[in-house]
Design a protein around this ligand. Structure first.
Ligand SMILES: Nc1ncnc2c1ncn2[C@@H]1O[C@H](COP(=O)(O)OP(=O)(O)O)[C@@H](O)[C@H]1O
Ligand SMILES: [Mg+2]
Length: 316
């Protein structure tokens, strides 16, 4: 693992009696693209806000580059950029005016050169004199990222940068993030799109404020324990419902018209079904073995089919 840049030690935040973040311990290495994944309300934003020194931890601590995120919050601020979940640009200012404003706030020199370079890098040239409020969702997001990067921080926090964007713009944002990492910038990004997790070097799953798994996408997929059984059954929709009730099957997901089966012993199911297919109204057209993807990993945790201990053991 590269040198740790962000270290969380039992970091916790309570709102009243409710633990929004529940003793999270982990470290994120320099240069990583860390994907912080979890459902709505899992505690992602609260964690980011603590790391950015915007809200005080109730217990535990965290550091960035050795500095405490709360005690040293004013010293750390220049080290990172932060793109919050909500639109945080000045809607009445143009693209270039927004960038100049942020550059000024970070006390940058050569502001005009920096702004022009950023406008080019982000493909914002055609919109440089358009008001931010008039941009499409994707371009607003690109501009938010540009503003957060104008002071060339070594670390960038992004809170759901692709939420609500169409696939083309999501792709564009990730391509840009990849470009940003090429200069060694560390990225801490939250998302609830599982396909985006595949593009991270390291992923953490948070559920009800707890970190339930952390590792590279490859490690997490391996921890699921081998390939998944995918069966081709027609018609698929009633098949999902029938198979879910079948003994030995813990879950069935419909994916591209095929049924992904989660079971303790999938081979035994196949052997059994080839002898005798127990669903008279359904047609068994074949099966194959597929490598689990991050959506499978996430489903396994979300549905409690994998306990954190099991995963830790599998990762050792
Ligand atoms: N300022 C707040 N006051 C009270 N509860 C809050 C506050 N901010 C967040 N919460 C609660 O903390 C939990 C985690 O929220 P959040 O960190 O926003 O999750 P996520 O970003 O993963 O959707 C949620 O149950 C949310 O309702
Ligand atoms: Mg959030």
């Amino acid at each position: 693992m590269p040198k740790p840049l962000i270290v969380l030690t039992d970091l916790a935040k309570k709102f009243g009696h409710k633990a929004a973040v529940d003793k999270i311990s982990m470290s994120i290495g320099q240069g990583e693209v860390f994907g912080f994944l979890g459902a709505n309300g899992a505690g992602k934003t609260t964690t980011i806000r603590m790391l950015c020194g915007l809200t005080k931890p109730t217990a535990g601590r965290a550091s960035i580059d050795g500095l405490d995120v709360w005690r040293d919050r004013f010293r750390i601020r220049s080290k990172f950029g932060y793109v919050s979940q909500r639109f945080s640009l000045y809607a009445d200012l143009t693209v270039r005016e927004n960038l100049r404003f942020f550059a000024g706030a970070y006390r940058q020199d050569h502001i005009n050169e920096k702004v022009d370079r950023m406008v080019k890098e982000m493909d914002l040239e055609p919109y440089r004199d358009s008001r931010a409020g008039k941009l499409s969702g994707g371009y607003k997001q690109l501009l938010s990222m540009a503003c957060a990067l104008i002071h060339e921080p070594a670390l960038l926090f992004l809170d759901e940068p692709t939420a609500g964007l169409d696939p083309v713009h999501r792709q564009q944002i990730w391509d840009f993030l990849y470009q940003v990492t090429q200069s060694g910038t560390t990225i801490f990004v939250t998302t609830h799109y599982m396909d985006e997790a595949e593009r991270c070097t390291d992923v953490g799953f948070v559920q009800h404020g707890r970190l339930v798994a952390k590792g590279s996408p490859r490690q997490l997929k391996q921890a699921l324990g081998g390939d998944l059984l995918e069966v081709h059954v027609e018609p698929p929709m009633p098949a999902v419902l029938e198979l879910r009730k079948f003994p030995g099957i813990s879950a069935v997901d419909l994916r591209s018209g095929r049924l992904r089966i989660h079971a303790a012993d999938p081979q035994a199911l196949v052997d059994q079904w080839q002898q005798y297919w127990p669903f008279p109204g359904l047609k068994f057209l074949g099966y194959s073995w597929v490598e689990p993807d991050m959506e499978d990993v996430f489903n396994a945790y979300a549905q409690g089919r994998h306990s954190p201990n099991q995963v830790q053991a599998a990762l050792k």
